[in-house]
Design a protein. Structure first.
Length: 602
């Protein structure tokens, strides 16, 4: 019997969007944390734990941290601003940790006025600004920022890991001068304007999905862009818009409403474009629009295909070098502007008389291209899966993280606030995929293109969550303030995985690599990734609770859902079509050690 582990790289999160909002990894504390049960000022270092949901009715900042080395653990509770004024949490000193909390209905959910703030497993939703980093920086891990007017406003250097910035009314992340966002394995999706919009700074992004945003996937006026293994798809205005030095390596830029890459730069700041091993396909404008006053444009080993206008449109003064790329046809690029008199390669004289995407003509030299395309690839270098050219083809990544995060589950992150993502991967429900919309992928996340495989065998979503099972995902509560029925949005999702019946993983959220320990209801609960036996259909979860006098009972659910139709990963809009196949809910006390098992074969 072969057991296939479902431990998936954390980066897959892009796939699922959700972040665990009610759960936090804890270390060994020297003393019990101080309890907080109302809005307060914290002016001494130490650990503080929120013991109940609280509402801010009078103070401008509900939790105001005025000391260094403070750890504030929301323990899965919600801080509600009610009237949309003030801030939920203010961190103004440094070396602070904020975790496991849902903050909603404030002018600013979280205000960071210092460096070295660590924010974990939290949700900031339904605020005017979800997160405002005025002068600060820090790391956001497993965080969901959703349904705010602006998701994040920052002039600092914030790093987002396995996080979801989804479904905000304006920009997902808006940065002013010297804003330096770094994104790793995250989802930026379904925002009303651009996923990221930076005035001056550096955007560094890896294995992150930008999907279905109303503007660009990301845009920067001055500064630099460094994108590695990202997926930038279905954004209304275009994929990447940059007026600074731009580098893409292994990135998919596909099906965007305008140009795939717009690198029309000024004589200010850094200039240059370097694209390698990437997919630029199916965009409604040019695949690449480049116009450099000086510096080089290098595009190599990439797919440039099926774009509505030219594959490479060079408006700059220097020749763009796009040799060694595939133009969507074995006979190379075309001269779309003048098919009867094909343009010559400016270096070799070879004619652009193929049937692939077009190249532009040199404005000062009739009949000669200003794109050096010869020699070109005659086969798609990413066609292993026969899709499109990248691996995922479609979206180039998994879709997800779409919504990973986005939707993906954002849910997960979503926690209680009803944010968007549900459960992450498995549940996937909403979050990432939510975004999912976008890409649908896994939870939106990113995993799959659109989750459509056309296979006859079933695909599943497996969720591990605190509390009782949700029999039908994706159904809103009776009250308008209720979180949708996603584990992630309710702050209960611990891990989620989507997979086909043979055990091939298509999306994942917060799946641990080895054993992790989280604080749940005052208990230290340890578990690993769920395991799946494809031959029997059994899914197992090993879990233990430490022997702690302060531990109250902990309820956990392991649930398996069959995905609807041809979906192989989480798609938020299809979440209510998922069918609960099997589940088991257990209540564990201090010192318990057990294996929870469900059967997907029925």
């Amino acid at each position: 019997m072969t057991t296939k582990s479902l431990a998936v790289a954390f980066a897959a999160l892009t796939v699922l969007s959700g972040v665990v909002a009610g759960v936090a990894v804890t270390g060994t504390a020297a003393a019990a944390p101080s309890d907080v049960s109302s809005c307060t000022v914290i002016d001494e270092p130490g650990e503080y734990r929120l013991t109940t949901d609280i509402t801010n009715e009078s103070t401008s900042s509900c939790i105001e941290i005025e000391a260094e080395n403070v750890t504030f653990d929301g323990d899965g509770h919600t801080i509600d601003g009610v009237d949309g004024d003030g801030s939920g949490i203010l961190s103004g000193y440094g070396e602070d940790v904020v975790k496991n909390v849902v903050v909603r209905n404030f002018e600013s959910g979280l205000v960071v006025n210092t460096n070295n703030v660590d924010v974990q497993d939290s949700v900031f939703a339904d605020n005017t600004v979800g997160v405002q980093a005025i002068m600060g920086g820090g790391v956001f891990e497993n965080v969901t920022v959703t349904r705010n007017v602006n998701g994040v406003e920052s002039t600092g250097a914030l790093t987002y890991r396995a996080s979801s910035i989804v479904d905000n009314e304006e920009n997902g992340i808006e940065g002013g001068t010297y804003a330096d966002p770094t994104l790793e394995g995250s989802l930026v999706a379904d925002n009303g304007e651009s996923g990221i919009s930076v005035t001056d700074g550096t955007i560094t992004s890896e294995n992150t999905t930008y999907r279905n945003n109303g503007g660009y996937g990301f845009t920067i006026a001055l500064g630099t862009v460094d994108s590695t293994d990202d997926t930038i798809v279905d954004n209304a205005a275009g994929g990447v818009h940059s007026s600074g030095e731009t580098s893409l390596d292994g990135t998919t830029v596909e099906d965007n409403g305008g140009n795939g890459i717009d690198s029309t730069q000024t004589d200010l700041g850094y200039t240059g474009l370097d694209v390698t091993d990437s997919v630029i396909r199916g965009n409604d404008g040019d695949g690449v629009l480049v116009g450099l006053p000086y510096g080089s444009a290098e595009i190599h080993g990439s797919v440039i295909a099926d774009n509505a206008d030219l594959g490479v449109n060079n408006t700059g003064s220097e020749v763009a070098n796009a040799t060694g790329s595939f133009w969507g046809a074995s006979d190379g690029p075309s001269s779309a502007d003048d098919e009867d008199a094909p343009f010559a390669d400016p270096e070799t004289g070879a004619l652009a008389n193929g049937s692939g995407d077009g190249v532009s003509e040199n404005a000062s030299q009739s009949g000669v291209s200003n794109v050096h395309f010869d020699s070109y690839l005659t086969e798609n270098p990413f066609a292993d899966d026969g899709d499109d050219g990248t691996d995922d083809g479609d979206d180039g990544t998994d879709d997800g993280a779409d919504d990973g995060q986005d939707d993906s589950d954002d849910e997960s992150n979503e926690s209680d606030d009803g944010t968007s993502g549900d459960d992450g991967a498995s549940d996937g429900d909403d979050s990432e995929n939510d975004s999912d919309d976008s890409d649908d992928d896994a939870d939106d996340g990113q995993n799959g293109d659109d989750g459509q495989s056309g296979q006859d065998s079933p695909a599943y979503q497996i969720d591990v969550a605190t509390g009782d099972v949700i029999e039908q995902l994706g159904v809103d509560g009776d009250d308008a303030d209720d979180a949708p029925d996603f584990y992630g949005e309710q702050g209960r999702l611990l891990q989620a995985t989507t997979m086909t019946a043979d055990g091939a993983v298509t999306g994942a959220y917060a799946v641990p690599d080895g054993e992790v320990t989280k604080s749940l209801n005052g208990c230290a609960v340890s578990y690993e990734a769920v395991s799946y036996d494809a031959s029997s259909g059994e899914v197992t979860l090993d879990v233990s609770v430490s022997d702690d006098a302060n531990c109250e009972d902990v309820t956990l659910t392991l649930a398996g859902y069959e995905l609807p139709g041809d979906d192989t990963t989480f798609v938020r809009e299809h979440a209510d079509g998922q069918e609960l196949v099997d589940h088991r809910t257990v209540t564990l006390a201090s010192g318990d050690d057990t294996t929870v098992t469900i059967d997907l074969d029925g």
